[in-house]
Design a protein around this ligand. Structure first.
Ligand SMILES: Cc1cc2nc3c(=O)[nH]c(=O)nc-3n(C[C@H](O)[C@H](O)[C@H](O)COP(=O)(O)OP(=O)(O)OC[C@H]3O[C@@H](n4cnc5c(N)ncnc54)[C@H](O)[C@@H]3O)c2cc1C
Length: 447
């Protein structure tokens, strides 16, 4: 074994990914500074009523609100699946806590604060410190420029781990004619409560978990809600079962000067608001890699296994880029891998081999007709990916119950979009999960 090296590492962001990075890097013996622009850990789970002045987020000079949570948001994954493997997300039965299997957002925030306190992470975080530039200096060190209380400083590090999240920069649908359409537009990033939609006719674009939640929530106050999505066929014009004022529509054809919205086959409605539930863009405004890492049609690349740019590895890495995954347990593995590679305990292939792997991956996506913007969508193979990293780290593979509950929840969410958080049929798996978690806790207490 080569000697273990301790590095000086900058982590950008104190959300779930940054906390996991700090935990695993420090456990490996590295020294860590976490830069966090807000005053608390938790990232996207720090709910705020504030929204941005530009409701669709196209103005690059707008003040940024990081969180995209709405007031009523509950998790779309059950807590057994969602939690870190090392620190299960079990229900706490004290008065202030939310013990539900799919808890509200505040409970996730509390859990992340518990995680930070369990592993002494907060002391590593520089709060209210926004990173404005990261670049490699001539000496090969990584320079980080940051601003704290109007004071700008620079500091050098051996390595940088990017954990800035990717649910803040709105992606909006392209709608022909929308610039002349007189109605209002808003992206779900700036959606908090349904009241502003009272008595309005709303066209909501999208079919993600947020689109499902928000469409139902605004239906309770809006005059009409029309859910436009590529996944609805051109013939689709039925009401949503159980709702008299929600219609499923195909994707919008155009928005018109007279206030109407046109759909295929000549169908038109007069609408007040377009609500874009159309996802987010990767955005690294502080990162200067001299063009080595780019974002092209929402592909961050080149990244070996969604983590390392081959020519800058292992000194620059990214945590949390994949989507359609259970994020926290994946962050843990990516962070353990990065920490072990930086110390020399785990090795990476050569730059050439990593690049070949990335190119083969891109070729396979292209051959299957997968657009670039789905490069980091791990639908169907997140656990295979996690298990590959786990093997690199000498970690056990994902628990079978976690895989099965994830799958059962996806099916249940489709079958019962309104009440999958209250009704489920995987009780036997939940029992298995809690048996395993209890065994894990008693092993930990014994050591
Ligand atoms: C509406 C919604 C619902 C979701 N529901 C679930 C769910 O039910 N279950 C689940 O597991 N996941 C869910 N997710 C996914 C969620 O994003 C992840 O769970 C996870 O919290 C992401 O963590 P992160 O650390 O990668 O990013 P974030 O939580 O976004 O944290 C990034 C941090 O970086 C900081 N930062 C950014 N730029 C800078 C800078 N330049 N300088 C300093 N600090 C900076 C930010 O302030 C922030 O604290 C949901 C996401 C959204 C948007």
């Amino acid at each position: 074994m080569p000697p273990i090296t301790a590095c000086n590492v900058a982590v950008i962001g104190g959300g779930a990914a940054g906390l996991a990075a700090a935990r695993h890097l420090r456990r490996e013996g590295h020294s860590v500074v976490v830069f966090e622009k807000e005053s608390e850990v938790g990232g996207i789970w720090v709910y705020t009523n504030n929204t941005e002045p530009d409701p669709i987020g196209v103005d690059p000079t707008r003040p940024i609100v990081h969180s995209s949570l709405y007031a009523s948001l509950r998790t779309n994954l059950p807590r057994e699946v969602m939690g870190f493997r090392e620190y299960p997300f079990t229900a706490k039965k004290t008065g202030q806590r939310d013990p539900r299997r799919f808890p509200g957002h505040k409970e996730v925030f509390e859990y992340l604060k518990d995680y930070a306190s369990e592993f002494g992470i907060s002391e590593l975080v520089r709060f209210e410190t926004e990173v404005s530039r990261v670049w490699r200096s001539g000496s090969g060190k990584w320079e980080v420029r940051f601003r704290n209380r109007n004071e700008e400083k620079e500091e050098g590090f051996d390595a940088v781990v990017v954990c800035n999240g990717h649910y803040t920069e709105p992606r909006i649908a392209h709608i022909p004619g929308v610039d002349w359409w007189p109605g209002k537009q808003i992206h779900s990033h700036n959606y908090r409560v349904p009241e502003p939609f009272e008595n309005k006719t709303v066209v909501l674009i999208g079919s993600s978990a947020s689109a499902v939640d928000i469409s139902r929530e605004i239906a309770s106050v809006a005059k009409e809600v029309h859910i436009a999505s590529w996944s609805n066929s051109n013939e689709e014009n039925a009401t949503l079962p159980g709702y008299h004022n929600v219609w499923l529509r195909p994707m919008i054809e155009s928005a018109n000067e007279d206030g109407t919205i046109s759909f295929p086959q000549g169908f038109k409605i007069s609408a007040d608001i377009i609500l874009h539930c159309t996802g987010y863009k990767y955005h690294f405004p502080f990162l200067d890699t001299e063009g080595i890492v780019t974002v092209d049609d929402n592909r961050v690349g080149p990244l070996y296994k969604h983590v390392f740019p081959p020519s800058l590895a292992p000194w620059l890495s990214f945590v949390g880029v994949p989507w359609k995954v259970a994020p926290f347990p994946q962050f843990e593995l990516q962070c353990e891998w990065i920490a072990g590679i930086l110390s020399g305990r785990i090795s990476l292939p050569s730059e050439k081999e990593m690049m070949k792997d990335v190119e083969a991956f891109y070729d396979s996506l292209q051959a299957s007709g997968v657009p670039k913007r789905y490069t980091h969508n791990l639908t169907g193979y997140q656990f295979e990916y996690n298990d590959w990293i786990a093997t690199q780290c000498g970690f056990p593979k994902t628990e079978e119950w976690r895989k099965k509950i994830y799958h059962a929840t996806s099916l249940n969410r489709k079958a019962r979009p309104e009440n999958y958080r209250e009704e489920w049929e995987d009780e036997d798996l939940v029992l298995q999960a809690y048996k395993d978690i209890a065994r894990q806790i008693s092993c930990k207490q014994a050591t």
